[in-house]
Design a protein around this ligand. Structure first.
Ligand SMILES: NC(=O)c1ccc[n+]([C@@H]2O[C@H](COP(=O)([O-])OP(=O)(O)OC[C@H]3O[C@@H](n4cnc5c(N)ncnc54)[C@H](OP(=O)(O)O)[C@@H]3O)[C@@H](O)[C@H]2O)c1
Length: 352
């Protein structure tokens, strides 16, 4: 394992990028050499100030060309939406790219972009990798890790349960459609539904890891529960009778059987506040393998002494990708999926 330091650029400082800035500032394995922002108010500020920590000595810029011109080993690329051509420019400029924004595992939907990325990697002698919490960990690495200790798999099922009011940024309320009329909500495309191609990449990774072929990925009708009372939150309330919880379900079919099933359940209340009275419990990821032996694994934040629970969703998202940076930088050029990387050796996590 190399003990070198990796020069990194933070590309955008949203929820995930700020975790990056904080980690690069405190972990001796990384040397933060540049920070790109989009928001004009952030330009000229020290990256530490943007990320809520002490100054780190790197000033944020919105000058893309100056960032691309920097000498760095890797860009932690976390914009709202990935721009494949920009990623290819970075790769061709000799910088590896690690991202949480997409291209987790090759599927038909991402074929053209994937081909461009592979070509740019060869040209620049660089590597590309995408990771996160989901896609990129909970629905793919965790099931494959569990699979290692089973002898037969009939079904892999994942539940992502998120209490939006306690464990997600407040903007999720609006953009996920909470507080909408139920019929209107169910008749419109949903943000999570639009994400199916991304989650299908995780399903593909599980299938590739298990050596089977997915025939089709289907989506069940979205289900919604309404608020039985006004549910207050920091910026107002989910009005009684409007959408207060949603359940999405996607299935990957193999040889006519539902081999991989993902559930995404986003809630703003408990069973006494919902109609139907859904009781999904706390924010968590739960993986169940039905087979021999049937096995379950649940991942959630630490329950504190006062009974509340941490939900480090953005930390998990950022670190799932960041911890692969050294291995990605040290690897031969190409689009490196989790299956290519194998067991990643995170560096610099134990600090005295
Ligand atoms: N795989 C996973 O598990 C997972 C989980 C969560 C998120 N993600 C993905 O990770 C990425 C980052 O997520 P996030 O929560 O950090 O995103 P975010 O907070 O919404 O924003 C990312 C940043 O993009 C910049 N930006 C905003 N509007 C822009 C525009 N119109 N043009 C160019 N840049 C713009 C802003 O940077 P500045 O503020 O620096 O100006 C913003 O803070 C997203 O692609 C998201 O889908 C993946």
């Amino acid at each position: 394992m190399s003990e070198r330091t990796y020069r990194v650029i933070q590309w955008m400082t949203g929820d995930v990028g700020q975790v990056g800035v904080r980690h690069f500032a405190q972990c001796p394995v990384f040397d933060l050499v540049g920070v790109l922002v989009h928001n004009k108010d952030k330009v000229g500020k020290d990256a530490g100030e943007i990320a809520g920590v002490a100054p780190v000595g790197v000033t944020a810029t919105d000058d893309v060309e100056s960032i691309i011109g920097l000498d760095a080993d890797c860009v932690f690329y976390t914009p709202v939406i990935m721009d494949v051509d920009t990623v290819c420019r970075l790769l061709r400029s000799g910088k590896n790219v690690v991202t949480t924004s997409g291209f987790f595992h090759p599927t038909e939907k991402f074929r053209d972009g994937g081909d461009k990325i592979r070509a740019a990697c060869q040209e620049g002698g660089t590597s590309f990798h995408a990771g996160g919490i989901h896609p990129g960990y909970a629905g793919d690495i965790l099931p494959l890790t569990l699979a290692r200790v089973t002898s037969r798999i009939d079904k892999v099922e994942l539940w992502e349960v998120v209490n939006v009011l306690t464990d997600a940024p407040m903007d999720h309320i609006d953009w996920m459609g909470f507080g909408k009329d139920k019929d209107q909500f169910l008749s419109e495309p949903t943000i999570l539904g639009l994400g199916i191609p991304f989650f299908a990449q995780s399903m593909q990774m599980v299938a590739d890891g298990l050596g089977v072929r997915i025939d089709d990925v289907t989506a069940a009708d979205v289900k919604a529960a309404v608020a039985t009372e006004d549910i207050p939150h920091a910026e107002g309330a989910i009005a009684r009778g409007t959408v207060a919880a949603q359940h999405h379900e996607w299935t990957a079919w193999v040889d006519g059987n539902p081999l991989i099933v993902y559930h995404a359940i986003y809630l703003t209340g408990g069973p006494d506040q919902l109609d139907p009275a859904w009781d999904w419990g706390r924010t968590r990821y739960r993986v169940v393998i039905e087979g021999d032996p049937s096995t379950e694994l649940t991942m959630h934040g630490l329950v504190r002494a006062d009974g509340t629970m941490t939900h480090p969703g953005y930390d998990w998202t950022a670190m799932g990708a960041i911890n692969a940076i050294p291995d990605v930088c040290d690897a031969p050029p190409g689009w490196l999926t989790h299956l290519d990387l194998g067991l990643v050796a995170p560096r610099g996590l134990v600090r005295t």
